[in-house]
Design a protein around this ligand. Structure first.
Ligand SMILES: Cc1cc2nc3c(=O)[nH]c(=O)nc-3n(C[C@H](O)[C@H](O)[C@H](O)COP(=O)(O)O)c2cc1C
Length: 209
């Protein structure tokens, strides 16, 4: 491992080109990540939550950025769902390593409306809708066969009907207080621009690499 090292030379992040608020830059970087063939799921982000004064992390998929909030969907009874209900403070991190980029969003998560969750649920493929019923996410299950039996049960139950959204499934929206954009540069002297909110207004500053 010790000899795995790469020099970062792909781009630069300079104040002269920065928008006054971070969402325009996020949109630009997100579109570039989607267009990059070496990035398989540009909307995959590492979500870190607080659990008993410790940290928990896992990947989830970003599904929307709207009204200055980052939206993802999950099972509200999962570990992350319960952790966020208890303490909404969280971080999402986009590891766009193929572009020598990283974006870190720190903020607070709250549940979105049932209506918005249902609207998105209704747009999902049937298999994913069934999956939301089948899995009590993060709970122990005896075997793969038990899970497959649950699947058979719900496939029959919803054979000829529209599949409603389960109450335990829905979205969270994260309201950011800080967004850091990181662009790798030569000699480990990377560009780090931190956008932060003060009195509802965005500012940015440069951090040392
Ligand atoms: C690429 C990828 C995308 C994922 N997307 C989601 C997602 O959007 N929502 C979700 O609940 N879990 C998603 N997962 C699964 C989570 O990483 C995690 O295993 C699951 O949500 C249970 O997490 P928890 O026990 O910490 O609540 C994804 C995993 C991967 C690897």
């Amino acid at each position: 491992m010790k000899d795995l090292r790469k020099n970062y030379t792909k781009d630069a992040l300079l104040e002269a080109n920065l928008p006054s608020q971070p969402f325009a830059l996020f949109e630009e970087w997100f579109a570039a990540a989607v267009a990059e063939p070496l990035i398989s799921e540009a909307n995959a982000m590492v979500l870190s939550t607080v659990h008993n004064n410790a940290v928990d992390s896992r990947i989830v998929l970003l599904k929307d950025v709207r009204d200055s909030h980052f939206v993802f969907f999950t099972n509200y009874n999962s570990h992350k769902g319960k952790q966020l209900e208890e303490n909404g403070n969280c971080t999402i991190l986009f590891p766009w390593i193929a572009q020598e980029r990283q974006v870190i969003v720190r903020g607070k998560a709250t549940k979105i409306s049932e209506q918005e969750s249902s609207d998105y649920f209704d747009s999902r493929p049937k298999g994913s809708q069934i999956g939301a019923w089948v899995s009590e996410q993060s709970s122990e299950i005896g075997s793969r066969e038990d899970l497959d039996a649950n699947l058979d049960f719900y496939l029959k139950k919803f054979e000829n009907t529209l599949i409603p959204k389960p109450n335990h499934w829905g979205g969270f929206e994260i309201k950011p207080v800080e967004i850091e954009f990181w662009q790798g540069r030569e000699n480990r002297l990377h560009d780090r621009i931190l956008y932060y909110v003060e009195n509802e207004k965005w500012y940015f500053k440069r951090l040392q690499p």
